[in-house]
Write a protein that binds this ligand. Structure first.
Ligand code: SDX
Length: 437
């Protein structure tokens, strides 16, 4: 037998069920076994076969994907095979969005056409404005974004025809184009300022800044260094394999619903403080710590479980999040324009102490993408509740690339996991009149 054939033959598990003495050969592929192959392991024909129990899918692959590669131990992140460091330095957000969606870098003609399409779909139906004005003055912008993205599905009912490639394309273009408009209008709503319409003479990120900060001037011209820094931040947030919000998009998308409804679910998942909401939570944490002198007592609070070091730790990265390194440098670039942020000193000291402390070292807790991003956003004069909106705008192409992969994947089925039932069984029901008599 050739070495290859021997290796191929060894790509199996031999499982012995000690309850019956039966043995089973289970194939290994891509470092996994199919959970369905466990179903044959049973003690009798009447009993359901074995399944796996994996809260939070800590050790479960839900799909095959060619969009993003992460090596958590080595701190590697690649979009369609391109290292994040090179894309952040040499590309721009719309080119990266094209790469994620189409799987390859665009030619000049493809890029120009892509930019033109997105530029001319930044407006939203005027009724969306009325919809957003219905929120309370202090509504959280993530709640407004989640609702308005979902509402877009009612303006484009044809988006439910997910099997039509041209229809999928125009809905993807619309969502990437309109997310900044919705995010900016949620920001303006909270400030009680008039909503600013897109300026199609500006680039994607410059237009977003215009819709956020333009007042009575004819044209809002943001500092190029700030535009570049925000564009890099969008690139760094663009995708991250099967994170919680992408899993939400895929789970909802698996029912064959339109992409707006699926992405609205992703926005909802991202809102959580353990996920995209962490950047807002980091700023509030740094403000609460207040000074370097308070760091040791805060660290003690983390160790005794009363605090969580927001912006630290990651399900996949057991090394420094490569995005955090780039964001830390981008922060310095931004502070050259805006002036530094006093909270930066606390963040740097907190990072230094944590990286030397056994509690964090043992648990392989390093700064993640959210630890420094909030400091940059604050330097842009964003309030903390806007930080996760910025994350959502960056993540939209990734969510849509993953959704596109899902709807074309012949192996995918509607997401419907099993459970381990722990409740009571076959109780006799006593009608209320008797129960309360
Ligand atoms: C994002 O998945 C992605 O890719 C997400 C993301 C993306 O781009 O989409 O990268 C974006 O969400 C980044 C993560 C942002 N969240 C935070 O910064 C919140 C703080 N971090 C955590 O809550 C936590 O680290 C998670 C949620 C990120 C990961 O949680 P896991 O993988 O379920 O790990 P765990 O909670 O089981 O923690 C393992 C241990 C535990 O200690 P023990 O029970 O073993 O004693 O580490 C501890 C945890 O208590 N721990 C922390 C901690 N994170 C984990 N202790 C203190 N502070 C922390 N931040």
């Amino acid at each position: 037998m050739s070495d290859d054939a021997a290796t191929q033959a060894n790509q199996t598990l031999t499982v012995r069920d000690n309850r019956t003495g039966n043995e089973y050969e289970i194939a290994i592929a891509d470092g996994t076994i199919k959970a369905a192959d466990l179903a044959q392991i049973r003690t009798s024909e009447e009993e359901p076969g074995l399944a796996t129990y994996d809260p939070g899918f800590v050790n479960t692959a839900s799909c095959k994907s060619a969009v993003t590669f992460i090596d958590g131990d080595k701190g590697i992140l690649e979009y369609r095979g391109y290292p994040i460091e090179q894309l952040a330095e040499k590309s721009n957000f719309l080119e990266v969005a094209y790469l994620l969606i189409h799987g390859e870098l665009p030619s000049k003609q493809q890029y120009d056409s892509w930019v033109h399409e997105i530029t001319y779909h930044t407006f939203v139906h005027e009724n969306v404005k009325g919809f957003m004005q219905g929120f309370r003055y202090d509504a959280h912008p993530m709640g407004m974004l989640m609702a308005s993205v979902g509402a877009l599905s009612t303006f484009y009912p044809e988006s439910g025809n997910i099997s039509d490639p041209d229809n999928r394309h125009i809905q993807i273009v619309r969502m990437i184009a309109k997310m900044p408009t919705l995010g900016a209008w949620a920001f303006r709503h909270a400030q009680g300022k008039p909503y600013i319409y897109p300026d199609n003479e500006l680039g994607y990120t410059a237009n977003f800044l215009s819709m956020l900060f333009k007042m009575s001037e004819q044209r809002f011209e943001a500092d190029e260094r700030l535009v570049k820094a925000l564009d890099v931040l969008f690139i760094l947030h663009a995708d991250h394999e099967q994170n919680a919000s992408t899993n939400a998009v895929r789970s909802v998308g698996s029912t064959q619903v339109d992409p707006y409804s699926a992405v609205a679910a992703g926005v909802g998942a991202l809102f959580g403080p353990l996920h995209g909401g962490a950047n807002e939570a980091v700023l509030r944490m740094l403000r609460r710590i207040g000074s370097k002198e308070n760091i040791p007592s805060f660290i003690e609070g983390v160790k005794n479980g009363n605090e969580r070091l927001m912006g630290f730790g990651h399900r996949v990265y057991k090394n420094y999040d490569p995005r955090a390194k780039i964001i830390k440098q981008a922060a310095m670039d931004v502070f050259e324009v805006t002036g530094t942020n006093p909270l930066l000193d606390i963040a740097l000291e907190l990072e230094k102490i944590a990286l030397e402390d056994e509690y964090f070292v043992k648990r392989k807790l390093y700064p993640n993408v959210d630890f420094y991003s909030g400091l940059i956003y604050e330097a842009f004069q964003f309030p903390p509740e806007m930080f996760t909106v910025l994350f959502a705008i960056g993540r939209t192409p990734g969510w849509l690339a993953q959704w596109l992969e899902l709807v074309q994947d012949k192996e995918q089925k509607i997401a419907r996991p099993k459970q381990i039932y722990t409740g009571p069984r076959t109780l006799d029901f006593t009608p209320a009149a008797q129960r309360w008599a």
